[in-house]
Design a protein around this ligand. Structure first.
Ligand code: AMO
Length: 437
């Protein structure tokens, strides 16, 4: 079939804007075709755009043959433009419909569809991710990404209001920051390079010039985990601020999480309804417990963790049962935290994790700003300071004391939307088995 051109047509209204007040008015609407129904004398379809939907209704008797034949040719998910008159109609889903005078079929969807974006036929996650472009048209998927967008906007606005500058740091890097094992090597001309695990070292250096910086960007982890909360490419919201400590940036993090919840609750009521998710506001201040207290509580609850061990998944689950909601775990054993963590006494690091129930949302802390101390701690962690030479240069010239955190945007989106698998919260997830689409 020959397709139509968009030509000089432009939308006069989005679907949601078609209301009874426009009764009798001519409009142009554009979008994708949802449910199609043929009642013999009358043919309907639902037109969806990002704002919502509107019913398009043509009676066989009154509609011209060309428009009717286009109605007959339509398939679900085709993209179309409709010029027509707004008519009040009690039986239409929104009490109003558009009676077409001309239809342009801009692209015709092939049949059968690999999945039903209308949601009547449920598909499993793998089938959905294989046809993700189509899967993202589902109302639930759109709701998740609208919520993610709203949260990110709120977080950006807040950080900008607090004097942070948004930066972009290299994603092709020479060294690890978090742990050697989780790096993706790539070939960089005749040298080996890696995909960045975290903007950590760059954001720290930037505090010397810009005082406060933040970055929203990809982090790459070659983790073998195949879990509902790990990805090999995730998005983190990283901040770093000069002349602040872990305690100060925890307050920024708490405020930022609270505001993200609040703005989603106020601006995304319809999306939360679509997802059937009741969002409970976390109470400020979030509880803060030390690592030692966490171990005590766990041991008392029958989960044995020796001092110095990381918290296992069952331990995190148990803590979530005991504390619930959003809470900080502070004062970690230094050995469990990366080399750049500022020591607190002999054995502890001035570092924290932010948990939401059993999910770690963020981690951060105060950092070392003295070159000497950083070199010492690198050696203690078995790292070779020579590999960090260009980075260490920046510490030589008066880098201020600083602190910061990394917050996983995909995990935050899980919490805000009630998604049980992180893959639902990422447009095109990368995991051990999935490199396409
Ligand atoms: P960390 O390694 O804890 O800290 O990462 C920070 C946050 O990023 C998210 N995250 C992930 N999300 C999904 N899949 C993954 N594989 C994954 N890895 C991490 C989590 C996590 O809490 N440089 C430090 C941050 C800092 O101290 O400023 C860092 O990268 O939500």
């Amino acid at each position: 079939m020959k397709l139509d051109d968009l030509g000089n047509w432009r939308r006069t209204h989005k679907c949601r804007e078609i209301t009874e007040q426009l009764d009798g008015q001519e409009v142009i609407v554009m979008g994708r075709v949802g449910d199609i129904r043929d009642l013999g004398g009358i043919k309907f379809f639902i037109l969806h755009d990002i704002s919502g939907s509107i019913q398009i209704t043509a009676s066989r008797k009154k509609t011209d043959p060309e428009t009717l034949s286009k109605m007959d040719a339509l398939t679900q998910e085709s993209s179309v433009a409709v010029r027509g008159k707004v008519v009040k109609a009690r039986q239409a889903p929104r009490g109003v419909e558009v009676v077409p005078s001309e239809i342009r079929i801009l692209n015709l969807a092939a049949t059968p569809l690999p999945l039903d974006p209308g949601g009547k036929v449920k598909a499993n996650l793998d089938t959905r991710l294989d046809a993700r472009g189509l899967d993202l048209r589902r109302a639930e998927a759109i709701a998740i990404f609208k919520i993610r967008n709203q949260a990110l906007k709120t977080i950006r606005d807040y950080l900008l209001s607090q004097g942070f500058i948004e930066v972009q740091t290299p994603k092709i890097v020479a060294t690890a920051t978090e742990s050697g094992a989780a790096l993706f090597p790539i070939s960089y001309f005749d040298r080996e390079a890696f995909l960045s695990q975290s903007p950590q070292l760059y954001k720290e250096v930037l505090t010397g010039a810009f005082d406060r910086v933040f970055e929203v960007g990809p982090i790459f982890r070659a983790e073998e985990h195949d879990t509902p909360r790990h990805l090999n490419e995730a998005t983190s919201i990283d901040i770093e601020a000069a002349y602040l400590t872990a305690g100060d940036v925890m307050e920024i993090l708490e405020e930022l999480i609270w505001r993200a919840f609040d703005s989603v609750k106020r601006n995304c009521a319809e999306e939360l309804r679509i997802l059937n998710h009741r969002l409970e506001m976390p109470e400020k201040p979030f509880p803060r417990i030390t690592y030692d207290e966490a171990i005590e509580k766990l041991n008392a609850a029958g989960i044995n963790i020796n001092w110095g061990e990381d918290l296992s998944t069952p331990a995190e689950r148990k803590l979530a049962e005991i504390i619930g909601g959003a809470y900080f775990i502070v004062d970690w054993p230094l050995a469990l935290k990366p080399f750049y963590t500022l020591p607190k006494g002999d054995k502890l690091g001035d570092a924290f994790d932010l948990m939401y129930r059993e999910l770690e949302l963020a981690s951060g802390g105060s950092r070392i700003h003295s070159e000497e101390m950083l070199v010492k701690q690198m050696k203690e962690k078995g790292l070779n300071p020579e590999n960090f030479e260009s980075h260490l240069l920046s510490y030589r010239y008066g880098l201020p004391p600083h602190a910061g955190f990394g917050l996983g945007l995909d995990r935050l989106t899980m919490v805000l939307t009630g998604a049980e698998n992180i893959r639902e919260c990422v447009l095109f997830p990368r995991d051990r088995r999935r490199l396409t689409p």
